[in-house]
Ligand binder design. Structure first.
Ligand code: 1HN
Length: 355
């Protein structure tokens, strides 16, 4: 982000000449920039926004008439933050998009250093193969493809399949550590049978002698049927958190840490009529609505902006915007954020209420 410099008119000719001279040595005076560089509170460019799925859906499906999944490599409509147009980013740190795969199509195998998640929005019979393990996907399922894992996608069903992609790409690009490799064949060779990783690691047990990756979950798929049932079971014995309702984090069962090294992921239940308290966090969050209707109310400066949501909508709330959520019907929200990156760097901060 560009940082404004003090008004040139206010800078003496002597100083201006000096600044020009040192620019020739690739030097610049910090004292002219300091107040814009280090601010009392976060100052960011991205803004809160909602994508209404029913408004986008037709255009998304139309993309299949224009380009095949194979030609596109990934047929994705990027969800660009309105304040970051041209940056391929939904927030300063994260990417989000809607990917479409039509019956019979294959999105060819590749792997890259940015990590990706899929959250299924509509359609049955779609699959992602991660290092050769095929995972069939249903709406609400959450799939991970950690950094440098081979993955290809397909659709063996009868209907279009759409999912939300979430990646740490802007963050990785910022550091410069982007790598991509394409696999020689369209699909990565079939490996373990479907469901193998969940069978191996998803029952609070693990095969002795196996030493899994300790940055990413060895489970590739977190089926909605299972996580929804967990929310349903827990509501009976849990207090509603005033800021989150009932909110669970997807974890790597071998460490208890987040499912992925760079992206935190959550599933949250809000009962009918629930209104959260106002919450402020440095994490940049993208919400995807699975069930229910309601609104997110965000404080932007002195104004309140209201984003009504319904099933399949996507809402972004960037860093440090105070916000609260209201559910009209019982609601379930999936969300992903850069919280784990911030936590690992000792930067994560939150404020509850108006204190
Ligand atoms: C990518 O490889 C996928 O593998 C989806 O499905 C979205 C966005 C940016 C860069 C690579 C995929 C992507 C992506």
């Amino acid at each position: 982000m560009d940082t404004p410099v003090s008004n040139e008119a206010e800078i003496s000719t002597e100083r201006q000449e000096y600044y020009k001279r040192i620019r020739g040595h690739s030097c610049s005076p910090l004292w002219e920039h300091l107040e814009y560089l280090v601010t009392a509170e976060p100052v960011i460019t991205s803004v809160p926004h909602r994508w209404n799925y029913s408004e986008i859906r037709e255009d998304l499906l139309h993309s299949a008439n224009l380009i095949s999944a194979a030609e596109a490599e990934r047929r994705v409509l990027m969800l660009e933050n309105p304040a970051l147009e041209g940056n391929s980013s939904i927030t300063e740190s994260m990417f989000a998009g809607l990917q479409l795969i039509m019956p019979g199509e294959v999105a060819p195998a590749h792997r890259h250093s940015p990590a990706a998640l899929r959250f299924i929005i509509e359609g049955s019979g779609g699959y992602t193969s991660v290092n050769g393990e095929k995972t069939f996907m249903e709406p609400g399922d959450f799939i991970i493809t950690p950094s440098m894992t081979w993955h290809d996608h397909g659709n063996e069903g009868k209907d279009p399949v759409v999912w939300m992609d979430g990646l740490d790409l802007p963050l990785v690009r910022h550091i410069g550590a982007v790598f991509l490799e394409r696999y020689a064949d369209e699909q990565f060779p079939e490996g373990p049978p479907p469901g193998d990783s969940l069978n191996r690691y998803g029952s609070n047990m693990r095969p002795v002698g196996e030493m899994p990756d300790n940055l990413n979950s060895p489970i590739f798929s977190y089926p909605y049927a299972k996580s929804r049932e967990t929310l349903e079971n827990l509501r009976k014995s849990s207090e509603w958190d005033p800021y989150h309702g009932l909110k669970l984090e997807y974890i790597d069962p071998t460490t208890g840490g987040p499912a992925m090294a760079t992206i935190s992921t959550f599933l949250q239940l809000l009962p009918k009529g629930f209104k959260t308290e106002t919450w402020q966090t440095t994490e940049n969050t993208v919400y995807s609505v699975i069930e229910g209707t309601g609104r997110i109310i965000v404080n932007v400066g002195d104004e309140e902006q209201t984003f009504e949501w319904q099933k399949q909508d996507i809402i972004v709330v960037p860093c440090w915007y105070p916000h609260r959520i209201e559910a009209d019907d019982e609601a379930v929200l999936f969300s992903f954020s850069d919280k784990t990156v911030q936590t690992k760097l000792g930067l994560h901060r939150e404020r509850r209420g108006n204190a």
